[in-house]
Design a protein around this ligand. Structure first.
Ligand code: NAP
Length: 307
């Protein structure tokens, strides 16, 4: 029987592990299918406080893991494939083995939605990004492309226009999902050029491990062409990893956990941390902060129950 199980090993999960381990609760972290979370997909992180020269995303998250292990946190590979949160202890199926826990911290994150282009995954971290805040700075004076027609795409295009020599926003339709105010702001920005009714067929050049160009296609005319690009930002939404809790932990229609205040979910003893609940900030530092909150709540919950 575990005191605390943490699902997810990104900033939120690892920070929750540091805090609960230091509280002597011997947390068990289930790393999940994207171990290290979204930081493991980035390169240099320059906005996490405490690193004046910046730090590589994978190093940052690995350091957090080591820090938690130093205090006795245990990490296991694998994913949770089924859960029973209807009674305590909670039961989790980790790839065939059931484990039991008194409290659960859900830090399973949200995965960026990708376009599924042939070379997209090979170029993540080398010009392909899902996070303007993380990577925009590297494209000072360069050609940037943003894909999407929602608020995220508008926000990223506006943000990236501070850095890029030009920003091309590519959207597959003429109508936008973005709110009027965000769209108007992007339209008023002289650096942003709109390319509508257009899709990306592929991003190049995987052989150089660097983004150099994209192949575009106009859906109305069928015209296909190549355009030079240095930074390729995909902003077509995120998918919170909550499928395994369906019908148990309360979520909004998009699958994000609904917070009941602090780090509490609708189930007593189950806490949330990071992007699985946060659709607004989605930063490493806010996820770490949320992991800390969840850990403190789990600790107090166990204490109140006499464990
Ligand atoms: P979203 O609203 O779901 O928009 C996703 C966009 O990506 C849509 O325009 C969609 O096109 C496009 N898209 C999806 N799959 C695609 C594909 N395979 N190929 C090409 N295009 C594709 O997602 P979001 O922009 O991330 O926003 C999510 C939520 O967060 C929204 O509620 C939004 O208001 C909120 N948000 C708010 C702010 C803010 O207020 N500051 C900032 C960011 C996000 P279609 O329209 O054709 O489907």
């Amino acid at each position: 029987m575990q005191n605390v199980v943490i699902i997810g090993s990104g900033c939120a999960g690892n920070t929750a592990a540091i805090y609960t381990a230091r509280a002597n609760l011997k947390p068990l972290v289930i790393s999940g299918h994207e171990a290290g979370g979204q930081l493991s997909l980035t390169t240099l992180v320059e906005n996490f406080p405490g690193f004046p020269e910046g730090i590589n995303g994978p190093d940052l998250v690995e350091n957090m893991k080591k820090q938690a292990q130093n205090f006795g946190a245990e990490f296991i590979h694998g994913s949770v494939i089924d859960t029973d949160l209807s009674q305590r202890p909670f039961r989790l199926n980790v790839e065939g083995d059931w484990i039991e826990t008194r409290t659960l911290i859900v830090a399973s994150g949200a995965s960026a939605r990708w376009l599924g282009l042939p070379n997209e995954q090979k170029l993540i971290g080398h010009g392909v990004s899902s996070c303007a805040t993380c990577d925009g700075f590297f494209y000072r004076g360069r050609k940037i492309m943003v894909i999407g027609g929602g608020d995220s795409a508008m926000e990223e295009a506006n943000f990236l226009s501070r850095f890029g020599s030009e920003v091309t926003l590519v959207h597959r339709r003429e109508e936008f999902r973005a709110s009027k105010i965000m769209l108007d702001r992007a339209r008023a920005n002289a650096k942003i050029k709109f390319l509508l009714n257009t899709v990306v067929d592929d991003v190049h050049d995987a052989s150089k491990t660097l983004v150099t160009a994209v192949t575009l296609r106009n859906l109305k005319t069928g015209e296909r062409w190549e355009q030079d690009v240095d930074g390729f930002f995909v902003a077509i939404g995120h998918i919170p990893n909550t499928r395994i809790f369906k019908g148990q932990i309360e979520t909004d229609p998009d699958g994000y956990i609904i917070s009941k205040g602090g780090a509490r979910t609708n189930i007593r003893g189950v806490f949330h941390a990071g992007d699985v609940q946060d659709r607004t900030y989605r930063q490493a530092i806010t996820a770490s902060g949320a992991g800390c909150m969840a850990a403190i709540e789990a600790e107090r919950f166990l204490e109140a129950e006499g464990h």
